[in-house]
Ligand binder design. Structure first.
Ligand code: AMP
Ligand code: TRP
Length: 334
């Protein structure tokens, strides 16, 4: 009998402004690992509605995110890609898991603390229970591994705790998942501040390189990126955090080591380095941009792939949810 490949699950919010942090920290790893794992990827629209939005805008951003993922190399022949709200079991399981999540542990989540920094009195409850829905996403598919960037580590720890608690209360029902966070790329920093992570929500667009940026925009953003004192292209996270971040980006796009980056730019200054980095990033995301344009021209095909993803995801989530209803006593039968 063929042994089953380990299963991975990961999600991404359709918030627009997908950047090279998302790509290097998450999406590219998903693409690279498709042969190793049975892969399931989800555009998490239910998570995206925890902040103010309009329906039309959400519809557009969801479709855009699906196109970006297909264009980046998620292969519908090998992986499942679907829209979270197309599979109702996510919402249903989130409610049930919420009964196993502790108020105290949710209150400690840094993402919640950051997003509610304006005051917790007037912040949506959905933002608070966001990590419970994330836990439901993962365990609904019995995923063994969850490839994400560093910022999701705490949510994954919480997912594990909720899952272990559920299994203890109702018997072994779910696989307890493990995070898959790479050493390199898991935390790409802002171009304007090497101490904050590159983020979709930073009001300064110059802080991130978006997958939809033009070559001109990319070169310009890199040219304007902050650097550190001195002029040597040397990797030192403490003394040269900004240059270290740019070197990380270089090594990831060139798929070479940091030592090789140092060697390549020995005796050269920041100006040369930034110019070549700009070219490298432009070349690195060009194939993705070209495929996005192709997909823009075939909306029916994209919709067909999304529908196929829904069916395949539901074929796993449906029976799993039946089991959950059974063990929790929500189904009225022996
Ligand atoms: P989000 O856009 O918040 O849904 O994140 C999608 C994925 O990108 C998650 O796995 C994040 O951990 C990852 N990610 C987001 N920002 C960064 C960053 N600056 N560096 C590396 N990975 C990131
Ligand atoms: N919270 C994740 C983020 O902001 C997105 C996400 C939702 C996710 N559900 C998930 C990631 C399940 C991994 C697994 O990036």
């Amino acid at each position: 009998m063929a042994t089953r490949k380990p299963r991975v699950f990961s999600g991404i919010q359709p918030t627009g402004g997908t950047h090279i942090g998302n790509y290097l920290g998450a999406i590219r790893n998903w693409v690279d690992q498709q042969d190793m794992y049975e892969s399931i990827f989800c555009v998490v629209d239910l998570h995206a509605i925890t902040v103010p939005y309009t329906a039309d805008d959400l519809r557009e951003r969801k479709l855009d995110m699906a196109k970006i993922l297909f264009a980046a190399g998620i292969d519908p022949e090998r992986s499942i890609l679907f829209m979270q709200s197309d599979v109702r079991e996510h919402s249903e399981l989130a409610w049930i898991l919420g009964t196993q999540a502790m108020f105290g542990e949710l209150r400690r989540m840094t993402q919640f603390k950051e997003k509610s920094s304006g005051g917790q009195e007037r912040v949506g409850v959905g933002l608070f229970t966001y990590p419970v829905l994330q836990a439901a996403d993962i365990v609904l598919y019995d995923a063994e591994k969850v490839p994400v960037g560093e910022d999701q580590k705490q949510h994954l720890e919480l997912t594990r705790n909720i899952t272990i608690r559920f299994n203890q209360a109702f018997g072994e029902t779910f696989v307890v998942p493990e995070p898959d966070i790479k050493e390199l790329g898991a935390r790409i920093m802002s171009l304007d501040d090497p101490f904050s992570k590159m983020s979709k929500s930073n009001p300064n667009e110059g802080s991130r390189i978006e997958l939809r940026d033009t070559p001109d925009q990319i070169s310009k953003k890199i040219r304007r990126a902050v650097t550190d004192s001195g002029s040597e292209v040397r990797y030192d996270e403490n003394e040269k955090p900004a240059v270290a971040n740019l070197m990380n980006i270089y090594s990831l796009f060139a798929r070479c080591s940091l030592d090789e980056v140092e060697e390549r730019f020995a005796g050269k200054g920041y100006g040369d380095f930034k110019r070549e980095l700009g070219e490298l990033v432009v070349e690195g995301i060009k194939p993705i941009q070209e495929r996005i344009v192709e997909l823009d021209d075939s909306p029916d095909e994209v919709m067909r792939l999304i529908e196929e993803g829904r069916e395949r995801a539901h074929a796993i989530a449906g029976p799993k949810m039946e089991k959950v209803r059974d063990v929790t006593g929500l189904t009225f039968r022996a």
